[in-house]
Design a protein. Structure first.
Length: 214
């Protein structure tokens, strides 16, 4: 019997819980770098937003006006890309837990349908991780960010767009980050504790096979 690893075996092994954990780590770390960079724009934006609101309200009550308008003279912090990465980090942690609970979901040819979902609330249920009342709307917002709001201007269907919050509002301009981080940490810790053995290194490895006859 040949000792060569088949592509199917390699693909199945890559679905191990530890790989989901390590991917979650990398996404979360990248997200935090982006958030730290954008935090500097938050206070100036909120001040400019407040000033613009006052101007717009005064304009709305001007003679002959039915509505007021004022430009916010500062850019909003660009949090949605980081929130997208956090959504993916949480998704990876939850999918690692799901695989841990049911190793038979690791298929040799195609990722199981259960692991193709991006609904974080549903994934948390499948992973057996409780979702607290204050966490559910955050997970719903992150699910929207991961499926469209963090990467596309519009979703697949108009009903998911018209009358809904824009990408900046979904996480309330960063005010929901604390709860987002807390849930990620819970999911991460739950997966880490469920691993059959601890991850001893985050370093990559090089494998060199000796050539036949040498």
């Amino acid at each position: 019997m040949s000792g060569k690893i088949t592509p199917q075996q390699f693909f199945r092994a890559a679905q191990s819980p530890s790989n989901w954990l390590l991917t979650a780590e990398r996404l979360q770390q990248a997200a935090e770098v982006q958030i730290a960079h954008e935090d500097q724009f938050l206070v100036p934006y909120l001040r400019a937003h407040d000033d613009a609101t006052k101007v717009a309200m005064a304009d709305a009550y001007s003679p002959g006006k039915k509505a007021g308008h004022a430009e916010v003279l500062a850019r909003a912090p660009n949090y949605p890309p980081a929130q997208l990465l956090y959504a993916y980090a949480i998704e990876n942690a939850l999918k690692g837990l799901i695989i841990t609970n049911d190793p038979n979901l690791s298929n040799p040819d195609k990722l199981d349908k259960t692991l193709q979902d991006h609904d974080l609330v549903e994934l948390a249920k499948r992973a057996g991780l409780d979702v607290y009342v204050e966490e559910q709307p955050i997970l719903e917002a992150l699910s929207d960010l991961s499926t469209w709001a963090g990467r596309y201007p519009v979703p697949l269907y108009a009903g998911d767009f018209v009358g809904k919050m824009n990408s900046d509002e979904l996480m309330d301009y960063g005010s929901r980050h604390t709860t987002m981080r807390q849930f990620y940490k819970r999911a991460y810790k739950a997966l880490e504790a469920a691993l059959p053995s601890p991850i001893t290194t985050r370093n990559s490895s090089i494998v060199v096979f000796r050539q036949p006859g040498t």
